[in-house]
Design a protein. Structure first.
Lengths: 324, 293, 326
């Protein structure tokens, strides 16, 4: 197992390089960094423009430029944003922290309730509970997150305010404007709506996966064997059923992170929540290459990381998978 | 037999009816809509009127009837959805079939690439690809301007083929080992013949399912893009469902609820219906269920 | 005479299907004596598996079961789930056809045996483990202490079935029901498994019910045989008597259809298995029987004594003497 992990880690380096190169290409072609810089800084001198090109690795030769960028990135010499020469790392760090908080909260809530819902549905297939859970999950998946986000905003903030005087949950930001320091209660209050929106998607997806997986397991022969041993039904379910049912769910979970992040980005935008999503949309809109590349690297690294986690957990859970 | 199974899904049948009705409605647009797409309901004051007799769903910021605009908008969005889905499915089915059948390195690389692509956050890849597509001059003749409907269609067409390819590849892989393929090979059929005459026809089920989900994906994708301001900017006040939903963002804070609620509801209804149909199609064509009681 | 460990009386099992009620078992009486090996023979749909699934209480809830099943003095039909659970695995065990899917793929073999032991006996984990290794040895698994730590997919088909047997006999049950245990295995392995079953019987005195459609298997190991058709018993007797002078046309047909050396044409039984949604009236076999008469479509025949056999053929007396298949 250890050897497998090491080998995968070794492979991920060239993969990282290739993918970041492709991203570099895409951004250069798609967002025209130099033009963006000139647009934001119309009075920049030629020397400044040249410096910008050099520091960001935007040479006419793509390959050369990439390696220049790479060198600067690895050595920690990150160029500053095109707007106001802000440093990249503090902004990125904050964005990552915020998104991590939101994402983790939503994922924990989502998977917890999603799995429970899936189990409850699978235990009595075709029953009223099952139909209800299944249909709700279906609606949950079909409604894109920005729609539910808007609906919730309307309901909990705008109309609640109209009916009750003040909004139940705030609709933007991490803390009220001007607030400093750490306040758990306030933070949770502000996180409530966005977490709910993202969690709904997760619950919907996972309840369906869990239900289908558990149904498969419940109908399999080894469950019959387990019952014929005379052990309690609860034990049969938990010890024999769940472990097998979780295997496909876990695999999909780790790979599904991308779609969760997708929902996060949209949600963050709607609630003005200063996380990775908002960071991306703002920098992308400006064509801010120095801000965008590090962000991309973080994303690519996370994707590769979660892929690896998926494979490892799959192998760990299922002894039939032998990793060479 | 699959048809019968499909029909037993009540939700799907209702959805078919809904979609059919909707399509009819929007095709007959000049008759079913009450006003032109860019036409004001009445003389000023006419902005932000709430629903009333001469504007069933209210008016927007410059007094245009939301109901009529919704009809025209849905027409555009359905068109986008259908056209891009056809492109994705055609491309995806071909690539998937070849990859699944030939296997080997081609298949390997294909799968790793699509896996990686699909693992990235949807919006990010969409926006980046959109920009790249728009910036490549030699693509201009095919795609048209970045704000055109044609561009969006091509964008989603190119975007969606990967998911379809995976599905078709999976199906081909499972069919490849079946006896009728072996038999075809034994009588000397060429690879192309086998793919065209045996594998693809037997993959119709999954392909149709992929088609429905591609349509939904494109429609929702278009709305998402429009929501963030990257959607089609059709001239003459022409609109799409996405643009109308995008306007919902501003409408929330200001309290003009009809501008948010009706487009969103329409989107939800369309998405749900098509999803129900796709789900029922998947159940109806699932070979596992052919095993009998 | 050996005592009876399992007594089944007038067992009926009905399933509610979308096409209406299906009575899979239509009044079966069966006895199993201590230490004997009873072969239960029949085609698919004869109700042979369902009878014993009902005995174990392993049928889905939509199945309706009536009648009486007495195991070691306890009535199983209508017993509470708790009672049934205490019986299952301790007094009564069942093994099934496909050993790979019968074993949980993510648990080690040793643990799966230990689980059986510890659910009915008060053993510590290490004691259970030791006993599990002993059991693996009894069923003939080489290097049992190493193998106990492995997973099902690391065993071959025959080995897996041995493991399944080890699990089933772990608590020394009075009756072991084996439902087509050899059908999924190669012929050479079949013989080995049957030998394991015989060995277990000798050592523990377990009664075994061997359900199969394969008469060859029955011929090897059974003491007595019970032939079923369309949810009812049609003939019963010791193995020698049955093979020597079968009285029921169905039994005769089964025996005659076995391929034999020498260039004889195969003699299958004509017709098809009955549709259990709407079985033929009276003796269900009359539609395929070469000796059928009007009386056969009358009452549902029960087993009656006929020499040293019991038969459900009302015309048994009138039939020509059968050849011997011994």
């Amino acid at each position: 197992m250890l050897r497998y992990i090491l080998r995968r880690l070794a492979w991920s380096i060239p993969t990282l390089l290739i993918v970041t190169f492709l991203v570099y290409l895409a951004l250069r072609i798609g967002t025209d960094p130099v033009a963006s810089y000139k647009r934001v800084n119309p009075r920049a001198t030629r020397a400044k423009v040249a410096e910008y090109i050099d520091v960001n690795g935007l040479d006419p030769n793509f390959v050369q430029g990439y390696f220049k960028w790479l060198r600067n990135f690895i050595t920690g010499e990150w160029p500053r944003s095109i707007k106001g020469r802000r440093e990249v790392w503090p902004a990125l760090k904050d964005a990552m922290a915020n998104t991590l908080r939101l994402g983790t909260a939503a994922t924990v809530v989502g998977i917890f309730f999603g799995l429970i819902a899936g189990v409850m549905a699978a235990l009595r297939p075709g029953g009223k509970r099952d139909v209800f859970i299944n249909t709700s999950a279906f609606v949950g998946i079909s409604v894109p997150p920005f729609i539910s986000a808007i609906m919730f905003q309307l309901l909990f903030a705008v109309y609640w305010q109209k009916w009750f005087g003040e909004s139940l949950f705030p609709t933007s930001g991490v803390y009220p404007a001007g607030h400093t320091g750490f306040d758990l209660f306030l933070m949770l209050k502000f996180m409530a709506l966005p977490t709910l929106v993202v969690a709904i998607q997760i619950i919907a997806t996972y309840s369906r996966y869990m239900r289908s997986s558990l149904l498969d397991v419940l109908n399999s022969d080894y469950m019959r064997t387990a019952r014929s041993k005379g052990i309690s039904e609860r034990r049969v379910l938990i010890k024999h059923g769940m472990r097998n049912a979780l295997i496909p769910v876990v695999t999909i979970a780790a790979l599904d992170v991308g779609s969760i992040v997708g929902g996060l980005i949209i949600t963050e935008n709607i609630f003005s929540y200063p996380g990775m999503g908002l960071y991306f949309l703002k920098s992308f809109g400006e064509g801010d290459f120095p801000l965008l590349m590090p962000w991309m690297v973080v994303i690519v690294a996370s994707v590769l990381f979660f892929n690896l986690i998926a494979d490892i957990s799959y192998a760990w859970l299922d002894p039939r998978i032998r990793l060479e | 037999m699959a048809f019968r199974r499909f029909v037993s899904h009540r939700a799907a049948v209702v959805s078919c009816a809904i979609i059919a009705l909707l399509t009819l409605f929007v095709i007959l647009a000049p008759f079913t809509a009450r006003y032109g797409v860019n036409q004001s309901v009445q003389g000023p004051p006419n902005s932000f009127l709430n629903p009333r007799a001469n504007a069933w769903l209210g008016t927007d910021d410059i007094g245009r009837d939301l109901y009529s605009r919704l009809i025209y908008g849905v027409r555009v969005s359905l068109l986008i959805g259908l056209a891009s889905a056809i492109i994705s499915v055609t491309l995806g089915a071909l690539v998937g079939a070849v990859a699944g059948f030939r296997g080997g390195k081609f298949d390997d690389i294909m799968m790793r690439v699509t896996d990686l692509f699909l693992a990235f956050p949807f919006l990010v890849t969409l926006l980046v690809v959109r920009n790249v597509l728009g910036a490549l001059p030699w693509l201009r003749p095919i795609t048209g301007d970045m704000s055109s409907v044609r561009f969006i269609i091509v964008l989603f067409g190119l975007f969606g083929w990967m998911g379809v390819a995976r599905i078709v590849r999976g199906q081909v892989l499972s069919l490849k080992e079946r006896e009728f393929v072996e038999a075809a090979r034994a009588v000397g059929a060429s690879r192309r013949y086998i793919i065209a005459r045996h594998l693809l026809p037997n993959s119709v089920g999954p392909i149709m399912v992929a088609l429905t989900f591609s349509v939904v994906g494109a429609i929702i994708g278009e709305s998402t893009l429009a929501f963030f301001g990257y959607g089609p900017q059709a001239g003459d006040g022409a609109t799409s469902l996405g643009i109308l939903v995008g306007a919902a963002k501003g409408a929330v804070q200001t309290g003009y609820w009809w501008l948010a609620v009706f487009p969103c509801l329409m989107l939800i209804v369309i998405a749900l219906s098509i999803n129900f149909i796709g789900d029922a199609l998947r159940d109806a064509t699932d070979p596992r269920l052919d095993r009998g009681v | 005479m050996a005592e009876k460990v399992l007594e089944i009386r007038d067992l009926h099992v009905t399933f509610d299907t979308p096409s209406g009620p299906l009575e899979a078992v239509r009044g079966v009486d069966l006895d199993v004596s201590s230490g004997e090996l009873l072969g239960v023979v029949g085609e698919s749909g004869s109700g042979k598996s369902v009878t014993f699934l009902a005995t174990m209480g392993l049928l889905p809830a939509r199945a309706r079961v009536t009648g009486s099943v007495i195991l070691a003095g306890e009535q199983l039909i209508g017993a509470s789930p708790k009672q049934l659970r205490s019986v299952r695995g301790r007094l009564l065990s069942m093994i099934f056809q496909d050993p790979l899917s019968a074993l949980n793929p993510v648990h080690r073999i040793g643990d799966q045996i230990s689980e059986m032991l510890r659910s009915h006996q008060n053993l510590s984990a290490s004691d259970a483990e030791k006993r599990a290794i002993e059991l693996l040895d009894i069923v003939g698994i080489p290097q049992p202490s190493d193998r106990a730590r492995q997973y099902p997919h690391e065993f071959s088909g025959g080995m897996r079935q041995r493991v399944v047997i080890a699990i089933a006999i772990a608590n020394n049950p009075k009756v072991l029901i084996a439902d087509e245990p050899t059908t999924a295995l190669d012929v050479t392995v079949q013989a080995q498994i049957l030998e394991v079953i015989e060995r277990v019987q000798e050592r523990f005195g377990t009664a075994v019910v061997l359900i199969t459609h394969d008469l060859g298997v029955i011929a090897r190991v059974a003491d007595r045989v019970n032939v079923m058709y369309a949810g009812r018993n049609v003939e019963q007797g010791t193995i020698d008597s049955l093979f020597d002078h079968p009285s029921h046309p169905y039994t005769r047909g089964l025996l005659a259809s076995l391929p034999r050396p020498g260039k004889q044409r195969l003699k299958p039984i004509t017709g098809f298995p009955p549709n259990m949604l709407n079985p033929p009236t009276g003796c269900a076999f009359h539609t395929r029987c070469e000796f059928a008469a009007d009386i056969c479509q009358g009452e549902l025949p029960s087993l009656v004594s006929f020499g040293d056999l019991e038969t459900a053929c009302v015309r048994a007396r009138d039939l020509p003497k059968s050849e011997s298949f011994a």
